[in-house]
Design a binder for this molecule. Structure first.
Ligand code: SF4
Length: 496
């Protein structure tokens, strides 16, 4: 068998029934029993003899880098490590988005519900698998949540030998080599930025057909991970190579990933319309229909509004397969003052004072063209005042007629702001509760229509729309009134 086995914590080894919106449940707190969560929300990817058919994009990149260097590597499901690991296995590489459940989304949901996240539960379970000790495996952890494991005491408690923070194709491969040679490993290592021509193409399919089209961002928001500083776009032939790997494995779902898909091929901050359309045309020729997208930016939408219409026309949306083009986007705040203070480049080429208008106009344009933004907001940015929060509430209310979802998140100290205090439920002021209420009202207003369009099979409708969304609505509604009045509904509930 293989000298290196790669895996990921359980909540990453699922396609979330092919839904971006359900994917948010990866950061959910543990409110229903694990078996129910696994069955309804997060079913495991298919595996044979422990080897998964599909794996997270990041895991596949490390696998590709290791294969290109001649290593013997297998990607296993975390529930079936015993079928893949044997005497010849020396190293276990683990991908995690959120190992301790303290990322922005999970700390918000778990803070509000007072429960640990499934991601943290699954990560701990994975590291407690007795097969790791029995075989004396070296454990190397990477992935977007690796920053959570900087503390030596945490790594020691979990039994982690090395954490790679940032890009892995150069650095992690060297660490795997050291581990195989029995050399001692550094506790934490920062991953070197990988030049675009060295980013390997995946050799095996990814979950939901995710294909990386660009890496990094370059807008430099102070609260964001610094590893996104350097922006690089992959050439179209490399992208198509990965699309084909997924199609050949029987996937008909392809998801193009970048921090801002609209800026593919751009030399600066303004989208290059021709480059993006060329990419999507070629992808359409290959898939026969187009592709889903991961993220985009409101500033890019308003810098090139014709691109929004162009992509809609190119992919002939809406159609039977694709009801709308959805993607994750950051609103972050409705306060130009906070934009100026923490994320000036996020709104470029516009000015901070134009931000609320940019967000509103972008929403209208997207709504009219069958695009659905799934946006995030940040509560508790350093220096935030009552007036800043009120401006954000007003902005959310201005978006009520546009089909979208808005998810408020607690500030987590990352990047330039990593010495600041994390925002918690105890820091919430009456304005924050009103902001949370405004977001919940907005989402409840659109969730049924979105679910009806997204879940078209009867099974999905019953399991996800009726059961899951029904439970969420019933759970939230009683608290909404208190929140609208600026009260903490959890405190009120325990007092009565
Ligand atoms: S625009 Fe998004 S990805 Fe880019 S730095 Fe800001 S928060 Fe990070």
């Amino acid at each position: 068998m293989s000298e290196i086995v790669l895996t990921a914590e359980y909540s990453l080894m699922s396609d979330y029934r092919g839904s971006e919106f359900i994917g948010f449940a990866a950061c959910a707190p543990k409110i229903v029993p694990e078996w129910l969560y696994r069955m309804v929300v997060c079913p495991p990817v298919p595996q044979k003899g422990g080897i998964v058919k599909y794996a997270p994009g990041g895991t596949r990149k490390i696998e590709a880098a290791l294969l290109e260097r001649g290593f013997d590597v297998a990607v296993a499901h975390p529930d079936h490590l015993d079928k893949v690991i044997d005497d010849g296995t020396k190293v276990l590489g683990i991908t995690s988005n959120d190992p301790l459940g303290i990322g922005p989304a999970s700390s918000t949901f778990s803070g509000l519900m007072g429960r640990e996240t499934y991601s943290a539960v699954f990560f701990r379970k994975l590291l407690q698998d007795p097969i790791i000790k029995e075989n004396g495996l070296k454990t190397i952890v990477g992935g977007p949540g690796a920053w959570q494991l900087r503390e030596e005491s945490v790594r020691r408690e979990l039994g982690i030998d090395c954490v790679v923070i940032g890009e892995g194709e150069r650095t992690a491969v060297k660490i795997f080599e050291k581990a195989l040679n029995g050399e001692s490993l550094p506790g934490v290592v920062e991953g070197e930025v990988v030049p675009v021509e060295e980013i390997p193409s995946i050799k095996r399919p990814t979950i939901n057909g995710i294909v990386e089209i660009a890496r990094g961002c370059g807008r430099g928001c102070e609260f964001c991970v610094p590893t996104l500083r350097y922006y690089r776009c992959r050439p179209i032939d490399k992208i198509l190579e990965e699309v084909r790997v997924n199609l050949d494995a029987g996937l008909d779902r392809i998801l193009l990933h970048a921090e801002d898909v609209l800026r593919y091929g751009a030399k600066g901050i303004i989208p290059d319309e021709a480059k993006v359309l060329e990419l999507f045309e070629k992808v359409k020729e290959t898939t026969g229909w187009g592709a889903y997208i991961s993220h985009f930016a409101f500033a890019s939408v308003m810098a090139k509004p014709a691109l929004i219409m162009g992509l809609k026309e190119l992919m002939e949306v809406p159609n039977k397969k694709v009801p709308w083009i959805a993607g994750q986007v950051g609103i972050e705040t409705g306060s130009p003052r906070l934009i100026e203070k923490h994320m000036r480049a996020k709104v470029a080429p516009f000015k901070p004072e134009q931000w609320p208008e940019v967000v509103v106009e972008a929403h209208k344009l997207l709504h009219d063209n069958h695009w659905v933004p799934c946006s995030t907001l940040i509560m508790g940015l350093p220096g935030e005042t009552e007036e800043d929060v009120i401006k954000t509430v007003e902005l959310v209310e201005d978006l009520k007629d546009c089909k979208s979802l808005i998810v408020p998140l607690f500030f987590v100290p990352l990047g330039v702001l990593d010495k600041e205090k994390p925002f918690t439920v105890n820091d919430m002021t009456p304005e924050h509760w009103k902001l949370l209420a405004a977001c919940v009202k907005h989402d409840l207003n659109w969730i049924d229509e979105l679910a009806r369009e997204e879940f078209r099979s009867l099974v999905h409708r019953i399991m996800l729309q009726r059961v899951l969304i029904g439970l969420i609505k019933r759970g939230i509604k009683p608290y909404l009134k208190a929140m609208e009045q600026g009260l903490n509904p959890l405190q009120n509930a325990s007092e009565h």
